[in-house]
Design a protein around this ligand. Structure first.
Ligand code: DAH
Length: 339
């Protein structure tokens, strides 16, 4: 069969095709391995040398034309092209989305607390987790033999040279650092990790987070402490909560107080969360002890100040009703994704 009759034949045959199956048969007949085009190509080597190139070009043009006609027909029948890159893609399939992470709940609560104090004019300062024994204890009026050292006892680092170093057991030592390096007026909050040799259980961990805060200036009074803590507590737990100050002892403050809020679960009536007391302890506080001022070289006749310290895990647990501190450190996504 020659080129011209094949051309005429495909033109008439393709008009009658109306199913993908018959179209495939047609494709095999013309373009298949043993099809008409292959037969024409196969005849080239037997042709006189001078005619081969021109004939080859004509066969190629015919092959392209047939391919085009078949594709066009295929599109007409199925609404799809045979060669379209989209033909092998299910465009209805949902895409692979990239999951966005978010801040850890402890970081979120830390930021929230710092933001409240920052609005009141407090600066945010960080200190090192490896501290000197002096800043962690002695400078804060906790002498070597004092029994209250037990409460804040911590991990000591082997240091052949003095000064003795340790993992800080509270963020209070940053008071000493800031007071020594700056002059009043001071209003500072200090977020950070602290360490204690506690066995891990529902309410204890060898590592947790604290926020220390303090203000030093002339004429700072206990009422300034109350005012600042009330803004903080209402900002975190809601405007309806009540606060109370209970006398307590801390070596670095005098007078000292523990601060409670009315139970956010039972509103003070008494429930299992507050142990039927109606109150939840949230932090320790007081007026900075004159000995602390003496240790940093401040005149305690001229300056007064207040300080407070809180555990971030405790605040987060109360705020979100979490009953096990270990959840914060296990990094189970089922827990973390809820924040
Ligand atoms: N440092 C104390 C602790 O870790 C918390 C604290 C209590 C800090 C009273 C203070 C304060 O500044 O005045 O338990």
């Amino acid at each position: 069969m020659d080129i011209n009759s094949i051309k005429a034949q495909i033109d008439s045959e393709i008009g009658n095709i109306n199913s993908p199956e018959t179209l495939e048969e047609l494709r095999v007949k013309y373009l298949g391995r043993k099809g008409l085009i292959a037969q024409l190509t196969g005849s080239i080597p037997g042709m006189p040398q001078g005619e081969r190139a021109a004939f080859g070009q004509e066969v190629n043009a015919l092959k392209n034309k047939i391919t085009f006609l078949i594709d066009e027909k295929h599109m007409g029948i199925t609404g799809n092209t045979t060669e379209s890159p989209l033909s092998s893609v299910d465009i209805g399939l949902p895409g692979i989305s990239q999951e966005l992470g978010h801040l850890h709940p402890i970081t979120q609560v830390t930021n929230e607390i710092c933001a409240i104090f920052s609005q009141m004019g407090f600066a945010i300062v960080e200190g090192p987790e490896i501290e000197t024994e002096y800043n962690n204890f002695t400078g804060l009026n906790i002498p070597l033999e004092h029994p209250s050292r037990d409460v804040f006892d911590t991990f000591y680092l082997k240091s052949p040279d003095s000064p003795v170093q340790l993992l800080r057991s509270h963020t209070s030592p940053v008071q000493i650092r800031v007071m020594k390096s700056r002059k009043p007026p001071l209003a500072v909050v200090v977020p950070g990790r602290v360490y204690r040799p506690d066995a891990v259980n529902v309410s204890h961990s060898f590592m947790f987070h604290q926020i220390e805060g303090f203000v030093v200036d002339e004429n700072i009074k206990f009422s300034d402490l109350k005012g600042a803590l009330e803004v903080f507590a209402k900002g975190i737990f809601g405007k309806k909560i009540k606060m109370r100050f209970r006398p307590h002892f801390f070596p670095f403050t005098e007078p000292s107080a523990e601060v409670d809020i009315s139970c956010i679960i039972c509103q003070g009536k008494g429930c299992s969360v507050c142990g039927q007391k109606g109150w939840l302890e949230i932090l320790g506080s007081g007026m900075i002890h004159p000995n602390v001022f003496k240790n940093v070289g401040y005149d305690s006749k001229k300056y007064t100040g207040f300080a407070f310290g809180m555990g971030v895990e405790r605040i987060a647990m109360l705020k979100y009703g979490i009953d096990d501190i270990r959840l914060f450190f296990e990094n189970d996504l089922r827990f973390l994704k809820q924040f």
